[in-house]
Design a protein around this ligand. Structure first.
Ligand SMILES: [Zn+2]
Length: 582
């Protein structure tokens, strides 16, 4: 942190006790030895080994995300090369005057730090080249150039550097650090081949959390586990960021550091907001989206943070469905996820994640992120559900229709290859219950108010079914198999034929949605009753049939269907014709 910045913070935190302690945290706990580099064991082993064996190269390229310790590693390397009493294992002592100076980033003759983001011109590179000609200040010392944000260097600068790297002066070491090695590969491919590349790993939230805990313990302070997890997640792999957020949180209050204080400092929203979103999705209440958005905006929540929090919650939800515990999720969020898992299936959570992924760049960039986020939540709330499909198919693996056919059909039977749109079953026309209105007679799709009488409903049914598709395609398809009657005022009875059991159950599971759809059309709330049409009523007693091959096959089919209700439902749902060649 520059002196200017800490000056500002000093003003800002004027009333805060322990200022010196908290501001110093990120700095105080920066590693001094290779072994202290968090989760970068491979880096530590490689660099320490090179120092110990006196085989340090002339150029290194340290790559990895922000905050993973690249610059720190470069400084430790410089310390190890110039330490006044370097032990044999390649680690610097960290205590001698030289180590201290390098670690502090103060000027030394032998270590030069350059921020390429501000020194990228060719003049600087020429200057560098001239300066590199001077050997280290003392016999046995190394001159180390640490170039941060190296991807910002121009092609000209790289060309100048290439000449040095082709014939490096003795004892000179260049360490380039970058988050974007690909850019360097594009602008300075020949240089890449002269550098030893060291890739740093991203530091996961769990590793950051445990490091924060250790730091707090060393300071004699305490925090709720959830508080540290929130910081760790927010830091997104950056240890330095995590420590400075911890600094801020400690500055803002005293006593046990809790999740609430962290949320305040970071402008994060609580789990109740995630819970509210998941509930409105589960209940399909798009109207609630506006309430949630108002609450977020009023609370001054950062909508980008909120979206990324949502994606973590959804990801954890999917993992929960597959029995995998998501890493580093606060205890309170676990409860939200467990509750949502009962109502939002893994397929739907994955679809929500996909929509979120598509919207996220727009949320980040838009001048009006609220609109983008609102639209996303509305789409979630109005989404068709995989659960509907399951309800309709009674747990059958419907989308895998071809596989099921193969197992049902024995022999090369002629199966009518009907297209089944989006894996949704359709009935053969002849199976449609008599008296069902033809779709052609339907009112215009947006149709007006329908009177709550049997006659009016029957007449308008086609348009009601079509309009329902806007709410849920699956409910609409199931309603197509129903015949409406109005046995008493305010009650709509939906009759399903025996062969439409799957659709009857599908509607039964979505009865609330169906009542909303019908109520909206009728203009008054209605109760929906579901009945199975008794096909035996009015029909003649079964006539003894003439024994024929067709008759036998039909009997056989009925037997199979009766024995296996799943098969029966599958045959209905997928329009299968059971063929028995034996
Ligand atoms: Zn030392």
């Amino acid at each position: 942190m520059s002196s200017v910045a800490s000056g500002c913070l000093g003003h800002f935190f004027l009333s805060v006790p322990d200022l010196s302690m908290t501001i110093a945290l990120a700095r105080r706990y920066r590693p001094r030895r290779f072994a202290d580099l968090l989760v970068q064991d491979h880096v530590a082993a490689a660099l320490r080994g090179a120092v110990a064996k006196n085989r340090v190269g002339h150029g290194y390229l340290l790559t990895g995300p922000r905050g993973v310790g690249k610059t720190t590693a470069a400084r430790i390397l410089a310390m190890a090369l110039n330490c006044e009493h370097r032990p044999g294992d390649g680690e610097p002592c960290g205590e001698c005057a030289t180590c201290q100076r390098i670690w502090n980033g103060s000027a030394t003759l032998d270590v030069v730090e350059i921020d390429a983001a501000s020194n990228r011109g060719v003049d600087d590179a020429r200057d560098l080249r001239e300066r590199a000609m001077y050997a280290a200040s003392q016999e046995g010392h190394h001159k180390v150039y640490i170039i941060d944000e190296a991807h910002m260097l121009t092609r000209e600068a790289w060309n100048a550097l290439l000449k040095i790297l082709e014939e490096p002066p003795p004892g000179v070491v260049f360490v380039f650090a970058t988050t974007e090695p690909q850019k360097i590969a594009n602008t300075a491919a020949p240089v890449m081949s002269r550098l030893q590349r060291v890739d740093f790993r991203r530091i996961g939230p769990a590793a950051i959390e445990s490091r924060l805990r250790a730091v707090l313990a060393a300071e004699g302070l305490e925090a709720e586990p959830d508080a540290l997890l929130l910081i760790a997640r927010h830091a997104d792999g950056g240890m330095r960021d995590a420590l400075s957020v911890l600094d801020q949180c400690l500055s803002f209050g005293e006593g046990l550091l809790n999740a609430e204080r962290v949320r305040e400092v970071l402008g994060l929203v609580g789990d109740d907001s995630f819970a509210a979103v998941l509930t409105l999705v589960a209940n399909r209440t798009p109207g609630a989206v506006f309430v949630v958005m108002d609450t977020l905006v009023d609370a001054g929540a950062d909508l980008t943070e909120f979206a990324s929090g949502l994606s973590e919650v959804l990801r954890a939800l999917v993992m929960h469905h597959f029995g995998v515990e998501a890493e580093a999720i606060p205890e309170s969020t676990h409860a939200v996820i467990a509750a949502a898992a009962e109502r939002i299936g893994p397929e739907d959570a994955v679809r929500m994640l996909k929509l979120l992924g598509e919207a996220e760049p727009a949320i980040r960039r838009s001048a009006n992120p609220r609109i983008v986020l609102e639209t996303l939540l509305l789409r979630w709330a109005m989404m068709d559900r995989a659960a509907d499909l399951r309800a309709i198919l009674q747990g059958l693996p419907a989308p895998a229709a071809p596989a099921m056919r193969a197992s049902v059909v024995s022999g090369p039977a002629p199966i009518p290859e009907k297209s089944i749109p989006a894996g949704v079953p359709r009935k053969a026309p002849e199976q449609a219950p008599a008296g069902r209105p033809a779709v052609e007679e339907a009112l215009p799709e947006s149709g007006g108010v329908v009177e709550c009488t049997t006659e009016a409903l029957v007449r308008a049914w086609g348009s009601i079914v079509a309009a329902a598709a806007r709410q849920s395609r699956l409910v609409s398809q199931a309603l197509e198999h129903a015949t409406p009657t109005v046995p008493e005022a305010g009650v709509v009875q939906l009759e399903f034929g025996r062969d439409s059991a799957v659709f009857r159950e599908g509607v039964a599971k979505q009865i609330g949605t169906v009542e909303t759809i019908l109520g909206a059309r009728i203009g008054d709330p209605v109760k929906v009753r579901i009945v199975e049409r008794d096909t035996s009523v009015g029909s003649l007693p079964a006539k003894p049939r003439r024994i024929s091959p067709e008759g036998l096959r039909e009997d056989r089919l009925q037997q199979i269907r009766a024995k296996d209700p799943v098969l029966d439902a599958a045959a209905d749902a997928l329009d299968l014709e059971l063929v028995d060649e034996g």
